[in-house]
Ligand binder design. Structure first.
Ligand code: NAD
Ligand code: MLT
Length: 528
């Protein structure tokens, strides 16, 4: 498989992919056009913040399974477009948290004590001892905007250095802030109370320019630190606020456009300390994120759960072997049920009975949906199937129950129309490993799911099975297996045939011409 890497990641990650037998291609200076060319046949794409993974990039990558972000922020990846195409997006959210927190602390000291400015003056031969009167952090207030992984680590470290912590984060529990000794407040209160305001939110439409001119105006004499994302703080307003002395200083690691352009106003303000997006750049952090994303790429390519998938149902690695066979059974049951159903699907219900009911089944339900949509959609998988259901207004529900008749576990996929018509298909594992379809539309069967199948409904009368065998033989169709089930003696019966060749319309028409045959349906589980 081809893994395309467009921003430098640590060798340990590249090596892990190569050892697994994949063709790792690096294209670190790929421009738009060369990126489109390089990604065309890539099965996986690994990026950091330097590559914009747009809808067009995803569209041109015809084999893409996963976009891996070697780091935290995914604002450079069009996750919606990836989801639409069934491409997993995953990041490595843990590996560089400590590095980012340490850099934030370093940047806080850098601005509070004017370290880069003093360094530059001394290098230039000036002993400017009298020009730098710093801010002592001990006893001052740190305002943390975004108390997530990095924000918490920063709060812990600067709290230990004697700062009082106030934090603004509308999405975390008060108890989390309490444990850190932080006071959770509104942004309006956080801003004027902070001597140092440090920003740690993702860049989203909600956080874009979260700190702009009105906010900076209320930070009289303070410092602002941004090691999160450029767009969260209005750069022009920040440059102006430091330049005119409203703020004493600022430290910025991230910019709205990177690499930063020479006319960025922050570059020219003496009391703004800048670094080129370095917060995660430690050897340890880079090795962590590179190996983490390599492992996830391998998992995606091999069809295993992807630990930090942002747009796909995830599942615990330890539970995966127990759930794995039911993923296929659910997909097959979904695929059969929809091919036996004549109406528009308005609802899909997946019922889990027995031991499987104790497992995390999000991925199984997504696979059932994949099966339902597979005959209709070109590129459907467990990543985009829930979204397709949502977009089509199809209601999806899960039921779990302890009792599974005589089976260890049963998965039933039922499709329903608006007017209550229903088709259900139920599957299980025999002897813990052989998948079987054991019920179709209420009839007890025992069919091996796979390949081509024909399902007939017929009168339970002598000679019917013989007739079907004869017609199939006349059309050169080999019957590999069959299972016949009936409601009651002389009532309606259902027969499921595994066949080696496709059943043509003429053969079905011949069968249906016989009054004992109620209906026939040819189903394929192959992608043909
Ligand atoms: P996280 O998801 O763990 O935390 C983000 C926090 O922001 C969450 O607690 C969330 O509730 C909060 N948040 C979201 N919207 C908010 C809003 N409108 N107002 C206030 N809070 C809001 O993320 P993280 O791992 O802590 O990363 C934080 C930021 O740091 C991200 O932008 C990430 O990309 C960036 N980062 C940068 C570097 C670097 O090299 N400069 C390194 C690592 C992380
Ligand atoms: C991240 O979001 O992880 C950081 O921006 C680090 C990076 O990849 O440079």
């Amino acid at each position: 498989m081809k893994v395309l890497v467009t921003n430098p990641i640590a060798d340990a990650g590249l090596e892990r992919l190569r050892v697994a037998g994949h063709d790792v291609e690096t294209a670190y200076d790929a421009t738009d056009d060369s990126l489109y060319d390089a990604v065309i046949d890539a099965d996986a794409l690994i990026v950091r913040s330097g590559t914009e993974v747009t809808a067009d990039v995803i569209e041109s990558a015809r084999d893409l399974v996963i976009v891996g972000r070697a780091g935290i922020g995914t604002d450079n990846i069009d996750i919606d477009a990836a989801t639409d195409r069934g491409v997993i997006v995953a990041n490595a959210p843990e590996g560089n948290v400590r590095a980012a927190a340490e850099h934030t602390v370093a940047m806080t000291f850098a601005t509070a004590r004017s370290i880069p400015q003093a360094h530059a003056r001394l290098r230039a031969g000036e002993w400017a001892k009298g020009d730098f009167l710093g801010t002592e952090l001990n006893g001052k207030v740190l305002g943390v905007v975004g108390l997530g992984r990095v924000g918490q680590e920063v709060a812990r470290r600067l709290g230990n250095l004697g700062m009082d912590i106030v934090a603004y984060d509308p999405y975390i529990a008060e108890s989390r802030a309490d444990r850190l000794g932080a006071e959770l407040v509104d942004l309006d209160e956080c801003i004027p109370r902070a001597d140092v305001l440090t920003v740690h939110t993702p860049l989203t439409p909600e956080t874009e320019d979260l700190i702009g001119e009105p906010e900076l105006d209320r930070m009289e004499g303070g410092h602002l630190v941004n090691c999160a994302r450029g767009g969260v703080v209005d750069e022009a307003a920040l440059a102006e606020a430091v330049d005119d002395g409203t703020l004493e200083g600022a430290a910025v690691d991230v910019f709205a456009n990177e690499p930063v352009s020479p006319d960025n106003p922050l570059l020219d303000v003496e009391n703004v300390v800048i670094t080129p997006h370095l917060a995660a750049s430690t050897e340890a952090a880079q090795e962590h994120v590179a190996t983490s994303i390599a492992d996830q790429v391998l998992a995606a390519i091999e069809g295993r759960p992807v630990a930090n998938a942002l747009n796909a149902p995830s599942i615990d690695e330890a539970a995966f072997p127990r759930v794995r066979p039911y993923i296929d059974i659910a997909e097959t049951a979904g695929r059969i049920s929809v091919q036996l159903f004549d109406e528009r699907v308005a609802e899909v219900e997946v019922t889990y009975a027995g031991e499987i009911a104790d497992e995390d089944v999000d991925l199984v339900t997504a696979s059932a949906l994949k099966g339902v949509f597979r005959p209709l959609e070109w590129q459907v998988n467990a990543v985009n199937a829930p979204r397709i259901a949502d977009e089509r207004g199809i209601e999806v529900s899960e039921i779990k129950r302890r009792q599974a008749e005589d089976f260890q576990s049963l998965v039933t996929v039922a499709v329903r129309s608006d007017d209550g018509a229903e088709m259900s298909v139920c599957g299980t594992l025999f002897a813990g490993e052989d998948p079987r379809i054991v019920r179709v539309d209420g009839f007890r069967v025992d069919a091996i799911p796979g390949g081509r199948m024909m399902v007939t409904r017929n009168a339970d009368a002598p000679g019917v099975i013989g007739l079907i065998g004869t017609v199939m033989g006349e059309h050169d169709i080999n019957i590999a297996g069959m299972y016949n089930a009936r409601e009651a003696h002389g009532g309606e019966a259902m027969t499921v045939y595994n066949v080696d060749q496709a059943v043509p319309e003429e053969a079905r028409a011949e069968l249906e011409a016989d009054e004992r045959i109620i209906s026939t349906r040819y189903i394929t589980l192959n992608d043909e």
